[in-house]
Design a protein around this ligand. Structure first.
Ligand code: SAM
Length: 232
């Protein structure tokens, strides 16, 4: 009489425990898999190993499908200075860095310090040097006001940020864009903002979309990504 119910309960408990374990282990296990299975110094191998991991494990990386949309935008904008909010394990950072022009630089922000360390190691494993990127282990709200001093010390990218990739906390997308504008960190001749749309409800992004439309920016919407070219 109770066998079916007990089996169903056990199944649900196991699924819950697995979800819990995978959620906790996600960053470390992604890092360990990529670190030990990719060819060090080969960018394509690093990205392919991330994709291989994501075939069998839960992964927060944007993955190849969104990655190709990102590549297309980076090739078009050819940015000298990119700001990434939400680095995680470094997948999108590596994707961005491999397409930057020789003088191009990436500043990437990650809230969790352990994740930030692991992501930074993966960027180095992919063959990039500290002269090409900077990891800030802070929340986006803390990091943005500090970017000024960082930009001023950077001769090649003095015009400001040309491309912003937001893939952190959707609740922060609008406050962070407003802070970037208030701090005058965006390139005065125009800046492209990419917003990753995961499973957020449409209303969570309504504020930032209204703001972008209010600026009469060119807004390109896809199911996975919103790209806005903010004019001066
Ligand atoms: C979806 S993951 C980013 C995935 C990454 N873009 C990739 O494709 O590899 C989101 C990351 O943003 C970080 N995060 C969340 N809120 C943040 C905030 N307010 N500031 C900075 N990072 C944040 C999380 O710790 C997490 O590592």
């Amino acid at each position: 009489h109770y066998r079916g119910k007990v089996a169903s309960l056990c199944h649900r408990a196991l699924a819950w425990a697995l979800r819990l374990v995978r959620r906790g282990a996600c960053v470390k296990s992604t890092h360990a898999f990529v670190f030990s299975n990719c060819t060090h110094g080969k960018v394509d191998s690093v990205l392919e190993t991330f994709d291989l991991y994501a075939e069998t494990h839960r992964s927060l990386c944007i993955g190849p499908q969104i990655g190709e949309v990102l590549d297309e935008v980076v090739r078009r904008v050819c940015p000298l200075l990119v700001l990434e909010l939400g680095m995680h394990c470094g997948y999108s950072s590596v994707r961005l860095l491999r397409l930057l022009p020789p003088r191009g630089r990436l500043v990437t922000v990650e809230l969790d310090p352990i994740t930030a360390d692991l992501g930074e190691e993966i960027i180095l494993v992919a063959g990039f040097k500290h002269s090409q990127f900077q990891v800030l282990a802070h929340s986006s709200a803390e990091a943005i006001p500090t970017l000024h001093s960082f930009l001023e010390s950077d001769q090649g990218t003095g015009d400001g940020i040309n491309l912003v990739l937001m893939d952190h906390d959707p609740q922060q997308y609008l406050p962070d864009l407003l802070a970037l504008e208030r701090e005058e960190l965006l390139c005065p001749s125009g800046c492209t903002v990419l917003l990753i749309k995961r499973n957020q409800r449409a209303e969570n992004l309504r504020g930032i979309l209204d703001h972008i439309r209010g600026r009469r920016a060119d807004l390109i919407e896809s199911t996975v990504m919103l790209s806005a070219a903010l004019s001066p």
